[in-house]
Design a protein around this ligand. Structure first.
Ligand code: PEP
Ligand code: MG
Length: 563
């Protein structure tokens, strides 16, 4: 195995290759008008069936009216049907007719200034691609429709593609990506064994009927022998026993032997994830990635729509709910918003930068959060703060929201706490200044590592350089915790480092008081906390302070995780 394992476990199942290869309509041969018309109508029927199934599956997560309604109505649109018929009459074969109709329909929609209507272009793309693939016999794979246990194998998985994953997916292998890419984070949230950056895996999986994915000892075996199958079935059972043992820690409070209490929270993207997180012993929500709410929709969710979701999560969430304001851009796009192409999207119009340029979107979310905070301990944090000005700008808009809610007599929580993600090196360096204006810090080590080391977190080619234990990162974290201590601002960590056993004692020793992670990691992290002392953690930090080589530091940290 050459890739990076992102979650321990063993999956034994059929490989399911999620193909996204380009299609070319030039391969298509034309026959008679009648035959092409029949092909097209068959394809429309099949597409309708697929979308209806997707709509039903999505109903639970996205509500009865969801993105697939728009797809169905486009499919039935008389204008589209007319365009298709005309193209067939002009002698085009079925797929080429769909392609022409798509271009004509898109041209019409592009002229309409209403951004909501314009956003339907993404739906037209989706529907017409589905139709063309059916006609050419290269059907679109819908992950939500997987109906038997599989190990999912793909070149890559975008966050929006992973929305439809269901419980039949037992493991994930992707050719690209690294441990902190969003596909990997999602695999962790679902508690699935996964490997990212496994170049060439699609080719290897092509003719296989069964695959064993072992992310404990880093093995991938296609078409295992009977003996291998027996060995891994036993190993899987043993691993499940170990999981059961760790689960005994889930319900315990995370207090060191000398009485230091650490908050152990979950990172979630939806209410369902919070329900799972509680089983693993999450006491609160340290990072609610709200972007999934936006990505599952077919429009920017309105203030009221968001209020309902945040209110429910606030009422059901644990002792604290930290809602992260929309972090869109980078590798996270929206199907209904046309992001201009950027050379370096991770360095571009992302998160708070996008929000400050789109105050309506920002305000709808802030108001929804202010209103929901009335129902419990909901706090917000701004993503990707890079300077004091940005924080002031964001707070100015927050104040406007409060003023407007007050004027309209709408209940909201005036004292809602406001923190920031510390995930850009400039914010970490300026932590002693930023600390004067925030209620808490949450260190986003995924991005902090990417931006400090100039290592793309999604790029498998440089994955060996992505080391959160580089002394530069540890220094920045210590700088933030020192600023936090000086100004009595609590410091949490919500990047993947928080759920990695080798970092637990170090982070506690450095002064971090809250660790927020993928739910499945919680029992193991609690085990480490319960079996250590705060003094031991501080000694570890003192020891690593004099080490300047990442490998030496890693060895110390690895040893610290043995318990
Ligand atoms: C981070 O950057 O560490 C973080 C938690 O945010 P995200 O992974 O969503 O970018
Ligand atoms: Mg981040």
């Amino acid at each position: 195995m050459i890739g990076t394992p992102v979650n321990e476990g063993i999956a034994i199942a059929k490989p399911f290759i999620f193909r996204k290869e380009a299609i070319s309509i030039t391969e298509e041969k034309s026959s008679s008008y009648e035959q092409e018309q029949e092909k097209l109508y068959d394809a429309i029927d099949k597409a309708r069936e697929q979308i209806t199934s997707l709509k039903e599956l999505a109903a639970e997560k996205m509500g009865k009216e969801n993105i697939f309604d728009a797809h169905l109505s486009i499919l039935e649109d008389p204008m589209l049907i007319d365009m298709l018929d005309k193209a067939l009459k002009d002698g085009l074969p079925a797929a080429a007719a769909v392609d022409r109709a798509k271009k004509e329909l898109t041209a019409i929609f592009e002229k309409i200034p209403d951004p909501y209507i314009k956003a339907r272009i993404a739906d037209i793309d989706d529907i017409t691609e589905r139709l063309i693939r059916i006609i050419l016999g290269k059907p679109k794979e819908d992950l939500a429709l997987i109906d038997q246990p599989v190990v999912l194998i793909a070149r890559d998985l975008t966050p929006s593609e992973t929305i439809g994953l269901n419980e039949n997916v037992k493991g994930i292998i992707t050719e690209t990506g690294s441990a902190t890419s969003h596909a990997a984070i999602l695999a962790k949230a679902l508690g699935l064994p996964a490997v990212v950056g496994e170049e060439g895996i699609i080719d290897k999986a092509k003719d296989a009927d069964l695959v064993i994915l072992d992310t404990i000892d880093d093995n991938i075996i296609f078409n295992p022998t009977q003996q291998e199958l027996e060995i891994y079935t036993v190993k899987q059972a043993k691993y499940e026993d170990e999981r059961k043992r760790l689960m005994l820690y889930a319900g315990r409070e995370a207090i060191t032997k000398d009485g230091k209490k650490i908050k152990v929270y979950a990172n979630i993207g939806s209410l369902e994830e919070w329900q799972v997180a509680q089983k693993y012993g999450a006491e609160g929500i340290g990072l609610f990635r709200t972007e999934f709410l936006y990505m599952q929709n077919d429009h920017f969710p309105t203030e009221d729509e968001q209020f309902e979701v945040y209110k429910e999560i606030t009422q059901q969430g644990g002792e604290e709910i930290i809602l992260r304001i929309l972090d869109i851009g980078g590798d996270k796009n929206l199907p209904y918003y046309d992001f201009p192409k950027e050379m370096n999207p991770f360095l571009g119009n992302r998160a708070v930068r996008f929000l400050l340029k789109n105050p309506d979107v920002f305000k709808a979310q802030l108001k929804a959060a202010l209103r929901a905070a009335v129902y419990g301990n909901l706090k917000i944090m701004y993503p990707m703060i890079s300077s004091i000005e940005e924080l002031h700008e964001a707070n100015k808009i927050l104040q406007q929201c409060k003023d407007e809610l007050k004027q309209n007599g709408i209940a909201y929580k005036e004292s809602m706490e406001v923190g920031i993600m510390v995930e850009i090196p400039s914010a970490a360096i300026m932590a002693d200044v930023l600390a004067r204006y925030v209620d808490f810090f949450s260190i986003g080590t995924n991005d902090l590592c990417q931006y400090t080391l100039a290592v793309d977190r999604t790029n498998a080619l440089v994955k060996e350089l992505y080391k959160p234990h580089e002394p530069a990162i540890l220094r920045l974290i210590r700088h933030v915790t020192k600023a936090g201590a000086d100004f009595e601002v609590p410091v949490g960590v919500c990047g993947e480092m928080a759920g990695e056993p080798i970092y637990t004692k170090w982070l506690i020793g450095a002064g971090v008081t809250e660790l927020s992670m993928s739910a499945a990691s919680i029992p193991r992290i609690k085990e480490i906390i319960i079996n250590t002392t705060y003094d031991e953690c501080k000694e570890l930090v003192a020891k690593t302070n004099s080490l300047f080589n990442a490998n030496d530091i890693e060895n110390e940290l690895k040893e610290s995780a043995i318990c």
